[in-house]
Design a protein around this ligand. Sequence first.
Ligand code: ADP
Length: 479
Amino acid sequence: MPGQMNVLSVASEVFPLVKTGGLADVVGALPAALKPHGIAMRVLVPGYPAVMAALAKGRQVHGYADLFGGAARILLGVVHGMEIMALEAAHLYDRPGNPYVGPDGRDWPDNAIRFAALSTVAADIGRGALKTWTPDILHLHDWQAALAAVDVRHRGGPRTVVTVHNIAFQGQFPASVFPRLGLPAAAYSIEGLEYYGNVGFLKGGLAAADAITTVSPTYAREICTPEFGMGLDGLLRARRHNTHGIVNGIDTAIWNPADDKALVSSFTARTLAKRRDNKREMEKRFGLEKDDGILHGVVSRLTWQKGLDILASQLDWLVASGARLAIVGTGEPGIEGAFATAAQRHKGRVAIVMKYDEALSHLVQGGADTMLVPSRFEPCGLTQLYGLRYGCVPVVARTGGLADTVIDANEAALAAGVATGFQFSPVDEPSLQNALQRAGNMFADAPQWTKMQVNGMAADVSWDRSAKHYADLYKQLKG
Ligand code: ADP
């Protein structure tokens, strides 16, 4: 195609092959979203077992006799319409479980090397290693890929974009790993990888990238402050003219309430009553009492970031107010325990399914009345976007992408008929309680509630607009 650009997207996760969070959804959705904009995007991911299984028929496009201590090769294949390049390196990635942690729940001790290898290969591809396909841009996601920008800065290669999906994850390692990263000595400097005497993968990438993006305009501003910048705010302030906040979209084919196999009843904005069937199914699956009152839903990692400890502390009140709560999620033992105890105490009113269950997450979106997202910080957040699309009204903290994507049901928005959910701030018990109360009151007003659901379902949460932002940025960088 004339004017077509090649972009290599590099990440540690890609839906549907390997997913621990929103990063995978974004990386998996971008290639199709960018295609109409003349961008041919390939995705480079580590060859974890699930990736290698999907690429069993892949074609080798490059090989290494020794990549950080073992043989490696790059396999190219098409998975779900996406051109995926898997970095097969058994000594680094052929391991069970999660991409980052071993069965004992601890980080793999060689994570620095595992992701330095991914970054090295990305930079090599950027410099033409594949011969038949060379990217015009390297799009590097999070710390696991950020080192490629450092590599390119020192050794040459195409323009680079580093996207921050969550600045809490920075890839910091002791300075002693530096000699094993395969980078020139000059890369370990205050302007480069050095970070308070350690090596900072994300820090180095942010300093070296031609452009930085993050996943919402509000988060782009927030991370320039000490409160949200997690130590990188100074660097980000210095680079703010090269930083762009581009809100994530969702894959509207996978998340389509009108055609979703994970639901008992698919529905549209005109057939919202069918959501009741999904609610009944949720009650069965979660062991909740049958009830037409408000049912709150949570689909989340159970971590401090997500503010769910605050929700856990409100459950006696919540149940006394007549509401019910269904949670699907796993995470910190303290928060898991708090919900498990509450589920015991309030049998039939509060329930938690403690596992990662993609299908169940769809059912919650299609059956619960609200999607609660009380995050202390939230770069973009996807579950509130799925909530909007599924008529599952978001109740969210006013931070990051949550602030940018949900229209609070305040008087002005209600008068204008544009409200799509509830926002609250600060993230503490009283304001969460207040938001839940507001949601409960509005739920009792069926026409108002339906109006909010319909507004949410009409909101554009697709990739259309955001994909154009990325495409424009790539084009601007290529010049
Ligand atoms: P984060 O990436 O910080 O975890 P996001 O809201 O951006 O948060 O994305 C979370 C993604 O992970 C969503 O697609 C959500 O549906 C999914 N998810 C989280 N926990 C679970 C779970 N226990 N089961 C199924 N999906 C989950």
